[in-house]
Every structure is written in structure tokens, then in C-alpha cells.
Design a protein around this ligand. Structure first.
Ligand SMILES: NC(=O)C1=CN([C@@H]2O[C@H](COP(=O)(O)OP(=O)(O)OC[C@H]3O[C@@H](n4cnc5c(N)ncnc54)[C@H](O)[C@@H]3O)[C@@H](O)[C@H]2O)C=CC1
Ligand SMILES: CC(=O)N[C@@H]1[C@@H](OP(=O)(O)OP(=O)(O)OC[C@H]2O[C@@H](n3ccc(=O)[nH]c3=O)[C@H](O)[C@@H]2O)O[C@H](C(=O)O)[C@@H](O)[C@@H]1O
Length: 465
């Protein structure tokens, strides 16, 4: 049995490795829940901002929570497990990145390196929580890594679980408190220890049978979302091939028919996770050639590839619409609204943003301005667009500051619906094109203003007025 079995976690100090979207929000909520937390962040710039109480990303209530907990002394930050408080902790939560490499194969080296640094301070009776999203089977390999490096034994002198994060960026602090927490381990004692911690965060703990079960539950959640989004995108393309408007047909199909809620077509799937996690499923299969698996993996892979192609399908549509403009190469003036990977809930995260391939396409044809009230100008510039930084400007002010030949709504920020189309059309050259990546606007209104309207999943020629 675990040597600390009779000690409740209320006395445990917690060390969270990685203070990104997952680690920092969890550190804040754990501190708020009465734990003594040290958050470790190895990135110098991010660490420096944290020492000033400033997160590198926006989440509602996050900065206020951090400031309160730091003032109370329940939350502090360090760079590595060399930090004195890291050694005093008895619960270690790994919340570092698990990206893909350039071949779209999972890279768990960042997780393994974080685990390595924890093994230097682990003691008998400690708890390790693997929170990063990792391929099935990774936790078992980490158990071997820790047992070899420390001589501790999971289930006897050490507890180890996989407890995945499932919050939505932009809603994380609220969802941490309300979503059920999945916990999987290969021994009962470890689950009990982890429950003693997470029951202070959320009311519902969902025990699953093993480490790999918890890994797969998380990957199923995100892969399900990616595949269902892909099906909405597929219907958009199928409808368009019939000269029909997929978005309107999906709206009709969903109305009053709750057991089906088909997702609307969109410009693409971004963020740090959905574009990645289906590949973690595909890359952790024992043997993809087994008959039952090959169909399953084709479904997931094809869905992922369709979602990856959506921005390029959009620029193909745009290319067709631009042919009528007769612009010389390099002359096309463009504005891209919505640089973050999604517009709602608001985020400043540009990881895998669908705006990037659209900016690339337009930048080959002329200057591109980029506008997103939630994204720092340097991030917009990093994608090759010239940041528009008029803080007091309305979206109409931005859209009419130049005679743009192309205006793109690249994410679903609801403020883009406030575009005063008459003003936009007045400022634009004849036959300017508006690409509405999220079907935010009414095509009839856009067309009546004299702008060419291109929508994802929509087909203007099909529209019966
Ligand atoms: N972003 C999200 O909303 C969600 C992400 N996840 C998963 O959680 C994990 C983390 O995701 P994010 O927070 O978005 O990643 P992130 O990249 O924003 O944050 C990770 C942080 O850890 C730091 N770091 C890396 N190695 C470190 C080490 N050894 N010691 C201290 N700091 C270290 C990095 O500098 C970075 O700031 C990933 O596996 C992701 O798939 C799961 C659910 C939600
Ligand atoms: C199953 C699920 O809901 N996963 C969530 C997802 O959160 P994330 O912050 O990535 O946001 P998201 O709403 O899934 O959006 C991801 C991308 O998908 C796009 N998207 C979203 C919904 C939709 O109907 N169509 C669509 O194209 C968004 O525009 C965005 O580019 O991924 C998170 C993660 O694992 O990082 C996860 O914790 C969250 O619970």
C-alpha cells in the first residue's frame, strides 16, 4: 500500500510542470482549492511574465485568480524542479506539450523530459499525474522510465495516474470546475490518491480501468469532434457539387431534430489539439493492417485530411472569384479578419489557425493586412500579414481603411457580423470579393451591395432569392 495512504491530499503540496493553457489554469484552480502550488515554466519569456502575475494567454478570470493566489502565497512559479518548492511537493502534474513532428508523428520527448526532471525529486509516497494528451501506451512506458530511474514502484511506493484535461480554451476555469475528471491507473491505490486531489476541483470523478483507457478516452473525445466537424465539411462540399447551399441544408436538417446535430461547414480546424490528436490515435495502433482497424483508421485519417484541406478548398473558390478582377500579380490588396484559430470563445492562440494558409495564398498576390482584436500584432506579423492595430476602430473602420479587393472572415468572432456592408462596398473597388469562412453574413445582403460573396459550404449560384 502507498506509504502516505493515511494522509489526505489536503496536506499535499502540488508541483505542476508546464504553465501553458492547461498547466496554468489547473495551477490557478488548485491554488484556489486550497493546495499549495508551484507552477514550473521553462520558457523564459513566459516565466518572466508569470513572475509579474501575467499569463501569456487570455482566459476569463485567470489573471485575477493568479494574482489573488500569489498574494495569498498558495501559488508561486519556478523554472524547473531545482526550485526549492518543487522538492517539497508530493504531487507532480505533467502538463507539457505533446506536439507532432514534421511527419505528423507524435513527439512525446517533451513529456519524457519533464518526467525526467520529476524523477530527480520524487520520494516514496508521491503522486504523479500525467495530464498531457499522449498516445495510448505512453503512460506505461513512463511508469517503466520512473521505476528504472528512481527504484520506486508504482502501486506500492508511488502513485501514478493519467488524468486528461478536457477544457475548452476560453472556458477553462469554468469547465475545470464542472467537467467530470477522468482518472485511469493500473492500480487502485493510485486512483484513490488522485481522487483525493481532483475531488477538490470538480464534483465528478470518472474512474476508468487503466492508464491506457484514460489515454484513449481523451483521444476519443477530440477525434470524435474532428470527425464530426469533417462530416459537416463533407456535406458542404457535396451540396456545393449539386449547386446547393450546404450550410442552409444543414440548418434545415438540424431544426427540431435533436438526435442529429450536423456541424456547419467552416474554413478549417485549428488549435493545439484537434489537428494533432487524431494522429496520436493513428500512431499508437498495435497493427493498422488488422481488417477491423484499417477501415477505422481510414475514417479518422480521411476526416483529418478533409479538415486540413478546407482552407485550400476556400482559396480555390477565392481564386475562381478573383479571376474576374483582372488584377496584375502583386496588385491584389487583401484584409483577413480573425487570425486566432477560433473566434469564440475568444483566444489569442494561433496554433494551426486556418487563417495561415489563406494569408499565404493572398500574400502571393499582393499585400495582406491582418486584424484580430484578441491576437498580439507580432503574432499576426509572424503569419505574413501586416497587423491592423487600431484599438478603437470598429470592424467597419478596419474594413474601409483601404480599398481592399478581398476581405476574408477567417474565424467566427461574432463582432465580424457587425460589418456595415454598404460602407465596405463603398470603400472597395468594383467586384471586390468577400470570403465568409464561417457563414456569418447573409449572402443576399452582401451581393446586393455589389460585393462578390464566397462562402464555405455555400454556393452563390444556387441561391434562389
Ligand atoms: N490547450 C488546451 O486547451 C488543451 C491542451 N491539452 C493537452 O495538454 C498538453 C499541454 O497543452 P498546452 O497547455 O496547450 O501546451 P502549451 O505548449 O501551451 O504549454 C506547455 C508549457 O509547458 C512548458 N514546458 C515544456 N516542458 C517543460 C518542462 N520540462 N518544465 C517546465 N515547463 C515546460 C512550455 O514552455 C509551455 O509553456 C498537451 O498535451 C495538449 O494536447 C489538453 C486539453 C486542452
Ligand atoms: C472534444 C472537445 O470539445 N475538445 C475541445 C477542444 O477545444 P479547442 O479549444 O481546441 O476548441 P474547439 O471548439 O474544439 O475548436 C477547435 C477547432 O475546430 C473548429 N471548429 C469547432 C467547432 C465546429 O463546429 N467546427 C469547427 O470547425 C474551430 O474553429 C477551431 O478551429 O480541444 C481541447 C484540447 O484537447 O485541447 C479539449 O480539451 C476541448 O474539450
Amino acid at each position: 500500500m502507498n506509504e502516505r495512504d493515511n494522509e489526505t491530499l489536503e496536506k499535499r503540496n502540488v508541483c505542476v510542470l508546464g504553465q501553458g493553457y492547461v498547466g496554468l489554469t489547473l495551477s490557478a484552480v488548485l491554488a484556489q482549492s486550497g493546495f499549495d502550488v508551484v507552477g514550473l515554466e521553462k520558457d523564459d519569456e513566459r516565466y518572466e511574465k508569470l513572475t509579474q502575475g501575467v499569463p501569456h494567454f487570455d482566459e476569463p478570470e485567470l489573471e485575477k485568480t493568479i494574482s489573488t493566489q500569489c498574494e495569498l502565497g498558495t501559488l508561486r512559479f519556478g523554472r524547473s524542479t531545482d526550485h526549492p518548492d518543487a522538492g517539497h511537493a508530493s504531487a507532480y502534474i505533467i502538463a507539457v506539450g505533446s506536439p507532432l513532428d514534421e511527419n505528423k508523428t507524435p513527439n512525446t520527448s517533451i513529456v519524457e523530459s519533464a518526467v525526467d526532471s520529476v524523477t530527480e525529486v520524487l520520494e516514496s509516497g508521491d503522486l504523479v499525474v500525467l495530464r498531457s494528451t499522449i498516445p495510448v501506451g505512453t503512460s506505461e512506458r513512463i511508469v517503466d522510465q520512473i521505476e528504472t530511474e528512481t527504484g520506486l514502484e508504482v502501486g506500492k511506493t508511488l502513485s501514478l495516474v493519467h488524468a486528461p484535461e478536457r477544457t475548452l480554451q476560453g472556458a477553462a476555469l469554468r469547465e475545470l470546475r464542472h467537467l467530470p475528471q477522468v482518472i485511469g491507473a493500473d492500480d487502485r491505490g493510485s486512483v484513490i490518491e488522485a481522487e483525493r486531489l481532483f475531488r477538490h476541483v470538480t464534483d465528478t470523478i470518472l474512474r476508468v480501468e487503466s492508464l491506457r483507457a484514460a489515454e484513449l478516452v481523451k483521444l476519443m473525445d477530440n477525434t470524435y469532434r474532428d470527425v464530426t466537424i469533417a462530416l459537416g465539411n463533407a456535406f458542404g462540399e457535396i451540396a456545393r457539387s449539386h449547386g446547393l447551399d450546404g450550410t442552409r441544408l444543414i440548418e434545415a436538417a438540424n431544426k427540431g431534430y435533436d438526435r442529429n446535430q450536423i456541424k456547419s461547414p467552416g474554413l478549417g480546424v485549428g488549435g493545439g489539439c484537434l489537428p494533432k490528436d487524431p494522429y496520436l490515435v493513428l500512431e499508437s495502433l498495435p497493427d493498422e493492417t488488422e481488417p477491423g482497424l484499417s477501415a477505422a483508421t481510414s475514417l479518422i485519417r480521411d476526416a483529418r485530411q478533409l479538415n486540413e484541406s478546407m482552407p485550400h478548398i476556400a482559396t480555390d473558390q477565392l481564386e475562381a472569384a478573383l479571376s474576374g478582377l483582372g488584377k496584375e500579380p502583386g496588385e491584389l490588396r487583401s484584409l483577413v479578419f480573425g487570425i486566432a484559430f477560433k473566434g469564440e470563445p475568444a483566444t489569442n492562440d494561433i496554433r494551426h489557425t486556418p487563417a495561415a494558409p489563406v494569408i499565404d495564398f493572398l500574400a502571393e498576390r499582393g499585400p495582406v493586412d491582418g486584424y484580430d482584436p484578441n491576437v498580439e500584432p507580432e503574432k499576426i506579423a509572424s503569419l505574413g500579414a501586416r497587423p491592423v492595430t487600431d484599438d478603437d476602430a470598429t470592424v467597419t473602420d478596419v474594413a474601409t481603411r483601404d480599398a481592399y479587393d478581398v476581405i476574408v472572415l477567417a474565424n467566427n468572432n461574432p463582432t465580424f457580423k457587425e460589418l456595415e456592408l454598404a460602407s465596405v462596398a463603398d470603400a472597395a473597388p468594383p467586384d471586390a470579393v468577400l470570403l465568409d469562412g464561417w457563414n456569418l453574413l447573409d449572402e443576399r445582403t452582401v451581393e446586393q451591395m455589389g460585393l462578390s460573396y464566397v462562402a464555405i459550404g455555400g454556393d452563390v449560384t444556387s441561391r434562389r432569392f
